[in-house]
Design a protein around this ligand. Structure first.
Ligand code: GTP
Ligand code: MG
Length: 198
């Protein structure tokens, strides 16, 4: 799919204030610092669109970006931010879970996972929660430039094995690197396929 136009639409913490024009949208979520904003910038070919930072907890709001005037990419705050206070966390949980469960135009959730890490409890909990709520999602393993292909294969296999303890099947899996640009086309093609049927 060709990205012709990209524009920031709105940021907020309130589902009611999200765009109401009914365009389909795709959300990016995962642990703080996993590379959600960087992946959005990679996909849109605009390094300055979503704010990135080496300090976890950069994205604090639900950010809508409108693509080709037809659909939205949504950058979400990360979970598992160590410095977040309890009240910040429960606030996060409330507004993100509200958004994920009630947003009717949400077509798919991209759950990002750090390709370097063994399966993390917090990610499995989030994935299982999406399963319970029957939310459509796929997995994207990020930062693959930081490991060899054999390490990547090993970590992917470990993750699949862990998931198959509770899941009957594995959802689509993507890999990405915002450094090399790997992963851009497969993710965009996936979005294009969904847009065709919605
Ligand atoms: P929060 O908004 O804090 O939840 O983080 P985020 O998930 O949006 O992560 P962000 O895109 O801000 O990236 C966090 C850090 O990881 C930044 O320093 C990025 O440059 C780096 N990073 C992101 N993706 C990659 C990648 O594919 N490879 C490498 N090497 N670094 C990456
Ligand atoms: Mg971010």
């Amino acid at each position: 799919m060709k990205i012709k136009t990209v524009a920031f639409a709105i940021s907020n913490t309130d589902l009611k204030k999200c765009p109401t024009d009914g365009k389909p949208e795709f959300a990016f979520i995962g642990r703080s610092n996993v590379g959600k904003s960087s992946l959005i910038n990679l996909i849109t070919g605009n390094k300055k669109l979503a704010k990135t930072s080496s300090t976890p907890g950069k994205t604090q709001l639900i950010n809508h970006f409108v693509i080709n005037d037809e659909w939205y990419l949504v950058d979400l705050p990360g979970y598992g931010y160590a410095k977040a206070s309890k009240s910040m966390r429960s606030n996060w949980e409330k507004f993100i879970s509200d958004y994920l469960m009630k947003r009717e135009t949400l077509m798919n959730i991209f759950i990002l996972l750090d390709a370097r890490l063994d399966p993390q409890k917090i990610d499995m909990e989030f994935i299982n929660w999406c399963g319970e709520k029957q939310l459509p999602f796929v997995l994207v393993f990020t930062k693959i430039d930081k490991l060899s292909s054999s390490e990547l294969q090993r970590n992917l296999a470990k993750f699949k094995k862990e998931m198959l303890k509770t899941w009957e099947e594995i959802p689509p899996v993507f890999t990405s690197s915002s450094i090399s640009g790997f992963g851009k086309e497969p993710v965009l093609n996936y979005i294009e396929q969904i847009l065709k049927i919605c």
